[in-house]
Ligand binder design. Structure first.
Ligand code: M6R
Length: 369
């Protein structure tokens, strides 16, 4: 049932190109516009939405953090992403014009369920992004957009994460289409880029051998840090989470801009630091800043593992290890930059003798608060 793979996690990592394509399937019409008829919230109500709040836990929360960038960019509706476990205990301000998006692979996570119940009690509309048909979270929501990742067995979320991202992009574009902030050619362009992404994910998977070798060489280390900016920041958090839960190592993700505000004090000789680099083309502000960060940490002894686009030559002099990813629009880059981090954590955990499908102390779905 593992389809020839050593673990469910490896199988699920390998399934990602198909999962991403399946989540797009049937949701784009012949003209290249989005058809999300399954979202049963009437268009006139969606047009009135003046705030989006995303609630989720763990990896799903990281997809929600990335969604915030896409939603605000494409719709200009203010959006915040909050841990479901924090949300309802702070008396959040919600009303009938608030759209709450609850993201959950299992559809059974108690914190997310309680957050959505609280949101509905306050009159907000709730849209679930979920991978499990008929589970509690979609049943209790006003509408649901299913991710079509197929069953995810390994405790560590991989293909569910990538499909959650696709679903979030679809919701963002759909809201943009309805409200007229993004439509026509622009939607078509992003949709085309999204449909090409599954091929890019496949290409990343074909080039993972050096990442595996690197992971094995780091199995004796105690700490790995991850840095990113913009949508690369949640990717850094996701890379760190994967490493914690699978390899039981101390791993932390930081927004690269925060380095000088504290984390740079952690840098010491030989410390592995993984850096997710934004695309360079014509968007050099963040790219240049990240390259400076890589120089700064390397000057202090860090062993730099740099994830950067093909053709990005500026990072080469400062990368002890260079992981190439395909050229991708900035907002969509997490779909390709996360994959090496999944492979990295899985291989490192295996090298340490851990069970990657059933890490200690964890359950696939957390049905208690
Ligand atoms: O089923 P859900 O998506 O609601 O689960 C949320 C988290 O428990 C889950 O993503 C967890 O963080 C994973 N083990 C991460 O790999």
């Amino acid at each position: 049932e593992k389809g020839g793979h050593a673990s469910f996690m490896l199988k699920e990592i390998a399934e990602q190109p198909r999962a991403v394509a399946d989540t797009l399937l049937g949701r784009i019409d012949a003209e290249g516009s989005l058809r999300l008829d399954e979202v049963r919230i009437p268009p006139h109500e969606l047009r009135e939405v003046d705030k989006v709040v995303i609630v989720a836990c763990g990896t799903a929360f990281h997809s929600g953090m990335i969604a915030k960038y896409a939603i605000e960019h494409w719709t200009r509706i203010p959006c915040e992403t909050e841990l479901a476990s924090e949300f309802r205990y702070r008396d959040p301000i919600l009303d009938h014009r608030t759209l709450v998006i609850a993201i959950s692979q299992s559809g059974e996570t108690m914190d997310t369920l309680m957050a959505l119940r609280h949101a509905r009690e306050q009159g907000a509309k709730v849209l679930a992004i979920c991978n499990t048909n008929g589970s509690t979270i979609p049943r209790e929501s006003d509408a649901v957009l299913y991710t079509h990742a197929g069953p995810e067995v390994a405790v560590a979320s991989t293909k569910a994460f990538l499909t959650q991202l696709v679903a979030c992009y679809l919701v963002a574009l759909y809201l943009g289409q309805l409200r007229g902030t993004k439509w026509g050619d622009e939607i078509r362009t992003v949709i085309r880029q999204l449909s090409e992404i599954s091929g890019a994910v496949g290409r990343v998977l074909e080039t993972m051998e050096p990442v595996r070798a690197l992971a094995r060489s780091l199995a004796g280390h105690g700490t790995v840090l991850f840095l990113g900016r913009h949508v690369g920041y949640p990717v850094a958090l996701e890379g760190a989470l994967k490493l914690k839960e699978l390899a039981y190592m101390h791993a932390e993700g930081f927004a690269a801009g925060e380095l000088k505000h504290g984390p740079i004090a952690l840098i010491e000789e030989g410390l592995p630091v993984v850096v997710v680099v934004p695309p360079p083309r014509g968007r050099s502000v963040l790219h240049d800043k990240i390259v400076s960060n890589i120089q700064e940490i390397r000057a202090r002894g860090a062993r730099t593992v740099v994830i950067a686009e093909e053709g990005d030559e500026a990072v080469v002099p400062y990368a002890d290890h260079l992981i190439r990813i395909p050229i991708t629009p900035t907002l969509l880059q997490p779909l390709v930059s996360t994959v090496p981090l999944q492979v990295f954590a899985c291989e490192l955990a295996t090298a340490r003798g851990n069970d990657v499908d059933q890490p200690r102390n964890l359950a696939k779905s957390v049905t208690v608060e």
